[in-house]
Design a protein around this ligand. Structure first.
Ligand SMILES: Nc1ncnc2c1ncn2[C@@H]1O[C@H](COP(=O)(O)OP(=O)(O)OP(=O)(O)O)[C@@H](O)[C@H]1O
Ligand SMILES: [Mg+2]
Length: 333
């Protein structure tokens, strides 16, 4: 590919530089700070996640990486290049799956991929066979001639991902790749993304599905209101910020806070707390979350003391618990 880069820059872009380096990365819209001086590095071949609720600044960060939005402050390098100074070179190395599909509804499925490839200056003959390969990868070969407006939501999402791969990107940016898809379609997509990662593509994805982050991310940052709350692997974050297990209890809305106090007194007693690995109780509007290493044992204590929840459930801690612990709020409202 032709490039305006000096040989040294070209080498940085194509060799050992991290996929992405952000330091004090900031984006303001007027007085409002959407991204508040965040630092992170994504290694080549890594699968990196931005996990956070609505308005956390995930898409804003993705757009700065994708060289479609200018930063207000800080430094950003993508494949060793500043997206603001080397936009075309950065875009040539990236695949972008935006939060909203922006396919050409009038064109056929196949033509969407071919037209997109033309923007990168790729020859049509190459693109015809590339489109076939990508449609197979996205399980859309049978829809090659269909018009995009006739596809289901899940198929459109898969086509957007296929299209983003037309230039064989080093880094694939996925902004909420599976939001709105049914469970089966999500699993198919996860499988495809996993294969891409295996083949060496760096994945950067945003999500507010903790199970997606747990499935796909080697490492992630938890973001809230433009700032990084925590960083680590899914398992590492859970180990650091939560207990191994959680006991979920429902007693009826109006009794939760009062019962939480009683249960805390019961489970925090010196002879009990150590044995069950009790940490604390979170009071949510509809339920109590008892954080303990041994949630079954906590439940036995509770029964023995005469408490009778309407429902109870023992589960492993998840990233949702990490988020709740760090922010006092749920990830999905
Ligand atoms: N062009 C804009 N002008 C003004 N404010 C904006 C603009 N784009 C985004 N914002 C604001 O910046 C904040 C972060 O938005 P962003 O889209 O990055 O959030 P997000 O983490 O992607 O959320 P979601 O999960 O809902 O997609 C929001 O408060 C949003 O209203
Ligand atoms: Mg977003």
């Amino acid at each position: 590919m032709t490039s305006s880069l000096s040989p040294a820059r070209q080498q940085a872009a194509d060799s050992a530089a991290p996929a992405i380096t952000a330091s004090s990365l900031t984006k303001r819209y007027g007085d409002f700070t959407a991204v508040d001086g965040i630092d992170f590095t994504v290694a080549r071949g890594e699968s990196f996640g931005l996990l956070g609720p609505n308005g956390a600044g995930k898409s804003t960060t993705m757009r700065m990486i994708a060289a479609v939005s200018e930063r207000t402050g800080g430094e950003l390098l993508v494949a060793g290049l500043d997206p603001e100074r080397h936009g075309p070179e950065v875009r040539a190395r990236l695949g972008v799956v935006p939060q909203q599909d922006n396919l050409d509804e009038e064109l056929s499925v196949r033509e969407n991929i071919i037209m997109y490839g033309r923007y990168f200056g790729l020859p049509r003959r190459y693109l015809v066979s590339k489109a076939e390969e990508l449609l197979e990868f996205a399980q859309l070969s049978h829809k090659a001639r269909a018009r995009v407006e006739d596809l289901s939501g899940g198929m459109k999402r898969r086509l957007t991902i296929a299209r983003a791969l037309v230039n064989e990107p080093q880094v694939l940016l996925l902004d909420e790749p599976t939001t709105g898809l049914d469970p089966q379609a999500r699993h198919v997509l996860w499988d495809r993304l996993f294969r891409l990662k295996e083949s060496g593509t760096t994945l950067v994805l945003t999500t507010h599905h903790m199970d997606e982050a747990e499935q796909l991310c080697d490492r992630l940052i938890v973001v809230d209101q433009g700032a990084i709350m925590a960083e680590g692997s899914p398992r590492g974050l859970i180990a650091e910020h939560s207990t191994r297990e959680v006991l979920e209890l429902r007693f009826g809305m109006d009794r939760n806070a009062e019962i939480a106090r009683e249960l805390t007194a019961l489970l925090d007693a010196p002879e009990v707390a150590g044995m069950i690995g009790f940490s604390h109780i979170e009071v949510l509007p509809d339920r109590l979350l008892v954080y303990a290493g041994q949630a079954e044992a906590a439940m036995e204590r509770l029964h023995a003391s005469g408490h009778k929840p309407l429902t109870s459930l023992v589960r492993r801690s998840s990233l949702e618990d990490v988020f709740l612990r760090l922010t006092g709020r749920s990830l999905v409202d």
